[in-house]
Design a protein around this ligand. Structure first.
Ligand SMILES: *Cc1c(COP(=O)(O)O)cnc(C)c1O
Length: 229
C-alpha cells in the first residue's frame, strides 16, 4: 500500500527545498499530480490531503474519471497527453487546462468546441525541445507562429509552454534544455499578457527544471507509485 499523504507531503517539501536552494520563492512552483492509469481512490486520497491539481494523459480514461469525480468541484483537471483530433470535444467538456497543444488544427477545434458556459480553456504549447522524432510538440522556432494563432482564439487562454526533454542523467544536458525553454517562455511573456506557466520537470529531472525556472512540475510515480505498462 502506498501512503499518498506521506508521498504528497514529501513531494511538496522537496519542491520547496529545491526552490530555496536555487534562490527562488518556495511557493513559486506548483505541483501537478499525474494520476494517469491510477484508480479514483488514490485521487480522492490526494484530494483529502488538500491537493487539487491533477494531470491525465488518455482522453477517454480521463473523461470517465472527471465524470465520476464531478462532485469534487474544485479539482483542476490538466490534460497532458498527445491529442487526437477526434478527442478534442471530450477534452473541452472535461478539462480546465491542456498542456499538449502542438498544432493549429487542434487549437482551432478546442476553441470551436469549448462551450460558452465555460471559461476559456487554459492552454500550453508543447515544445519538442530536443527535436526528437517520436515526441509530440513544435520546435522552439515554431512556437511564435502557433502562439500568434492561439492568441486570436477567444475560447483559449494561452498560459505558456510545456516540455518533456530527452531523458538523460547528465545534469548539464538537463539544464541546457530547460534553460532554452525558459528563454522561450520569457520571450512569450513579453508578447502576451496571460503567460505565467512553464510546465517542466518530472520525477527524474526535478532539480534542473526548478533551477531553470519551472513554475509547474508534473509528478506521477513520486506520488502514486510506479505504473504497470
Ligand atoms: C506520465 C507523465 C508525467 C509523470 O511522469 P513520472 O515519471 O511518473 O513522474 C509527467 N508528464 C507527462 C507529460 C507524462 O506523460
Amino acid at each position: 500500500m502506498i501512503n499518498i499523504a506521506q508521498r504528497l507531503q514529501s513531494a511538496y517539501a522537496d519542491i520547496k527545498e529545491i526552490a530555496r536552494k536555487h534562490h527562488r520563492d518556495e511557493n513559486s512552483v506548483d505541483l501537478l499530480a499525474v494520476s494517469k492509469t491510477k484508480p479514483l481512490e488514490l485521487i480522492v486520497d490526494a484530494y483529502q490531503q488538500g491537493h487539487r491539481k491533477f494531470g491525465e494523459n488518455y482522453a477517454v480514461e480521463a473523461a470517465e474519471k472527471v465524470e465520476q469525480l464531478k462532485d469534487y468541484k474544485d479539482i483542476e483537471w490538466h490534460f497532458i497527453g498527445p491529442i487526437q483530433s477526434n478527442k478534442t470535444r471530450l477534452l473541452c467538456d472535461s478539462f480546465d487546462w491542456v498542456h499538449s497543444i502542438d498544432r493549429q488544427k487542434i487549437a482551432q477545434r478546442l476553441n470551436d468546441q469549448r462551450s460558452d458556459q465555460l471559461s476559456p480553456m487554459n492552454v500550453l504549447i508543447q515544445v519538442n525541445v530536443d527535436n526528437e522524432e517520436a515526441k509530440a510538440g513544435v520546435s522552439l522556432d515554431e512556437v511564435a507562429a502557433l502562439a500568434n494563432a492561439i492568441a486570436q482564439m477567444p475560447k483559449l487562454k494561452l498560459r505558456g509552454i510545456m516540455a518533456i526533454p530527452q531523458k538523460t542523467q547528465d545534469p548539464e544536458q538537463q539544464n541546457l534544455a530547460f534553460s532554452r525553454l525558459h528563454d522561450c517562455f520569457s520571450q512569450l511573456k513579453t508578447q502576451y499578457t496571460d503567460i505565467d506557466t512553464l510546465s517542466m520537470g518530472m520525477t527524474a529531472d526535478l532539480d534542473a527544471a526548478i533551477a531553470q525556472g519551472s513554475t509547474m512540475v508534473r509528478l506521477g510515480t513520486a506520488i502514486f507509485g510506479a505504473r504497470e505498462s
